[in-house]
Ligand binder design. Structure first.
Ligand code: FES
Length: 159
């Protein structure tokens, strides 16, 4: 078998997950991804490629599922996820100013994770709570009718 240029990622957890989920069918993809993310904290691309080789599930199918569900991440992810909505209603009500303030407080751009792995900051489309516009989520908590000045004290609640 040719040696792959795999970084130093331990495939042991992935092997264990697949052996526990024998008779893997394509429909098992979401549970596999959930278990892999639980084990690694995110979905490392080399692990996905290895799982693809073992199961025959194409990486393109994995990628489609990963991008569809916000729960999945292919990069190391912070302990908390800050999501700011930039859907139309939130945009009109000032979400860009909220985003700027979050970036300033966390010293990262959207899509990034703080060095201490405390927060990952994401921009998302309409979260279906337009009546709260502009709205932000931290993990499962919603914060609506936000003003930039509230951001610092909200973020301080999350260690
Ligand atoms: S546009 Fe932000 S929740 Fe709908």
């Amino acid at each position: 078998m040719p040696k792959t240029q795999s970084p130093a990622i331990d495939l042991g957890p992935a092997e264990k997950i697949l052996s526990e989920m024998k008779n893997t069918e394509p429909d098992s993809l979401i549970p596999i991804l959930q278990k892999l993310q639980e084990a690694y904290g995110y979905l490392p691309v080399p692990v996905l490629k290895w799982v693809s080789g073992q199961t025959g599930i194409p990486t393109s199918r994995m990628h489609g599922v990963i991008t569809f569900y916000t729960q999945f991440h292919t990069k190391p992810h912070g302990r908390h996820t800050v999501r700011i909505c930039e859907g139309t209603a939130c945009h009109v009500k000032g979400s860009p100013r909220i985003s700027e303030r979050i970036s300033k407080e966390l010293e990262i751009e959207p899509g990034a994770t703080t060095k201490d792995m405390r927060f990952t900051f994401e921009i998302v489309a309409c979260m279906g709570t337009c009546f709260l516009a502009p709205v932000m989520m931290v993990d499962e908590d919603y914060y609506g009718q936000l003003k930039p000045d509230k951001i610092k004290s909200i973020l301080e609640k999350y260690e």
